[in-house]
Every structure is written in structure tokens, then in C-alpha cells.
Design a protein around this ligand. Structure first.
Ligand code: ATP
Ligand code: MG
Length: 273
């Protein structure tokens, strides 16, 4: 569903080059949920923005749902963001003058979908995120956790095949963050959505099929056991400094890059009852 190869992205900033991504490879199969970890500045947002079709890299290839983004026309990227990809940001990014239900319905309005269909879909999603009673409230009249649930509903209302979330719990206290993450997990599982969730929060590994750890613009091995009760991801990557012949591509579902099994390799998605 998502296939990234040898991705390089450099920002030019005040005459200096910032190499945000230095040969990243990543494969996310349909329906998989991948947690993207790494400290501040590691390149997580940059990678998500490239996969969302918002940033063009200078080298490498990025395929999302069959579309090669690096050679796609602008109109194709617009269509990708409208029809295929849903995005959730740390700061919610809701429109302040719109109510919860209007914010959730916005992507369907943009697609000019039938009003009745839209109202039904919005009501159903607000119910699923537990906000039916708050449908007429504006963002400033809601708590952070409620606003993020609105943003989740908005990201899912067009039933995107791919969901990209950038620190979706970053502005929430840990308990609210855990609730929001659990909700997100349930929704993507029910819908079979492919998801990449960038986070600083090691417990998010519990929510994912696999953890991919970025350091300084490269994929490195995951921190085993970082979540406290055992690493449940399948596998991430390895450090491959220098040698361009090194295979930087990692299939997160296919065991270790060196052929050895990783802890938890191949285990099915963690499910709670
Ligand atoms: N628009 C920009 N112009 C110049 N440099 C940038 C820009 N955006 C990001 N960078 C730099 O690129 C590198 C990667 O940034 P990125 O935002 O992808 O990291 P991140 O992993 O998302 O960090 P955080 O956890 O703090 O959100 C950093 O060194 C950052 O300073
Ligand atoms: Mg970021």
C-alpha cells in the first residue's frame, strides 16, 4: 500500500542544507499499522508529508496505493489527498468557526457528496468517537481530547485507504492520549485502514503491527522492549551507513533485514477484547 525507496529530502535553510531524510526505505502492507518513532528532528513529519503528497523529495521513490508520487502531476497529488489519504495532526487543525459536525463533514463537502449521505456519515462517525452530544460545539468549546476525536472523525469520513497521523497524542495528557490512541486503533482495524502514526510515545508501539525507528533521517533498529511490557512490533530497519549498495528497504511484515527473526516477527496484530 505504501512503498518508499531510498528517499532523500533536503531543506535549504538560510544558505545551509538540512538533510531531513537520507535514504529511507519503508513498506507498509494493506491494513498494516506502523508506528514511526524517533527523537525530535529525526525526520518523522518530513516522511509523513512526503507520503501525503505534500512535499516532493529530491531522490527516491514513493508509491501510495499504486501512485508513484515523485513523478505524479499536481492534480494527481490533490486527488490522492482528497480520495485516498486521511491526515491527523498534533495540533488538531480544526477550522475554528465550524462546529464539530461541520468539521467532520468538510472532506465530504469538498468531494461534493450528497448532503443526506454526508449527514449520515458524520452522525455515524461522531457516534463512534463518542461526540454525538457535542456535534454543535466549536473547537474552542471542546477539550483537547474531544478536538482530537473530531480530527480523527474528519480524517476517516471519506473512508481513506491510508491514514497518516503526526503525533496525534502529542498535545494530550497521557490518559487522554491512550484513550485517543485506542479509539484510533479500533477504527483503523474495523475499516482495514493502512496507517502510519508518528509518535514520541513508546507505548504507541503496543498499538502497532510494527515499529519503524528513525534517527537522523535514517531507519534504524527498534528499541526492543521500549513499551515496557514487551515489543510487539514485527520489525523495523537497520543502520546502513555509507554503502549505497546496502538494502535500505525493509518490509515491516517480513522479519529482519538480515534474515534473522526479530522478536515478535510475524505475530498478528495485537488485539484486546
Ligand atoms: N521547513 C523546513 N525548513 C528547514 N528545515 C526543516 C523544515 N522542516 C523540518 N526541517 C528540519 O528537518 C529535520 C527533520 O524535521 P522533522 O520535522 O521531519 O522531524 P520530526 O522527527 O518530525 O521532529 P519532531 O518530533 O520534533 O516533530 C530537522 O532537522 C528539522 O529542523
Ligand atoms: Mg514532527
Amino acid at each position: 500500500m505504501i512503498s518508499v525507496r531510498d528517499l532523500h529530502k533536503t531543506y535549504r535553510h538560510g544558505g545551509a542544507d538540512v538533510h531531513a531524510l537520507r535514504g529511507v526505505g519503508l513498506d507498509v502492507g494493506a491494513g498494516q499499522v506502523v508506528a514511526l518513532t524517533g527523537r525530535s528532528g529525526a525526520g518523522k513529519s518530513t516522511l509523513l508529508n512526503v507520503v501525503a503528497g505534500l512535499l516532493r523529495p529530491e531522490q527516491g521513490s514513493v508509491e501510495v496505493d499504486g501512485l508513484e508520487l515523485t513523478t505524479a502531476r499536481d492534480a494527481e497529488l490533490v486527488a490522492l489527498r482528497r480520495d485516498t489519504v486521511g491526515v491527523i495532526y498534533q495540533e488538531f487543525a480544526l477550522l475554528p468557526l465550524l462546529t464539530a459536525e461541520e468539521n467532520v463533514g468538510l472532506p465530504m463537502r469538498i468531494r461534493r457528496q450528497d448532503t443526506r449521505k454526508r449527514d449520515e456519515a458524520v452522525a455515524e462517525l461522531l457516534d463512534r468517537v463518542g461526540l454525538t452530544a457535542h456535534a454543535r460545539q466549536r473547537p474552542e468549546e471542546m477539550s483537547g481530547g474531544q478536538q482530537q476525536r473530531v480530527a480523527i472523525a474528519r480524517a476517516l469520513v471519506n473512508r481513506p485507504r491510508v491514514l497518516l497521523a503526526d503525533e496525534p497524542t502529542g498535545q494530550l495528557d497521557s490518559e487522554t492520549g491512550a484513550q485517543v490512541m485506542e479509539l484510533l486503533r479500533q477504527l483503523v482495524e474495523q475499516e482495514g485502514t493502512t496507517a502510519v502514526v508518528a509518535t514520541h510515545d513508546p507505548s504507541v508501539a503496543d498499538f502497532a503491527d510494527a515499529v519503524v525507528h528513525l534517527d537522523d533521517g535514517r531507519v534504524v533498529s527498534p528499541a526492543v522492549g521500549a513499551s515496557g511490557d514487551g515489543y510487539r512490533g514485527t520489525h523495523a530497519g537497520e543502520q546502513t551507513d555509507g554503502d549505497p549498495a546496502d538494502d535500505l528497504q525493509h518490509d515491516v511484515g517480513a522479519g529482519g533485514p538480515d534474515g534473522r527473526d526479530q522478536p515478535g516477527a510475524g505475530v498478528p496484530r495485537h488485539r484486546r477484547t
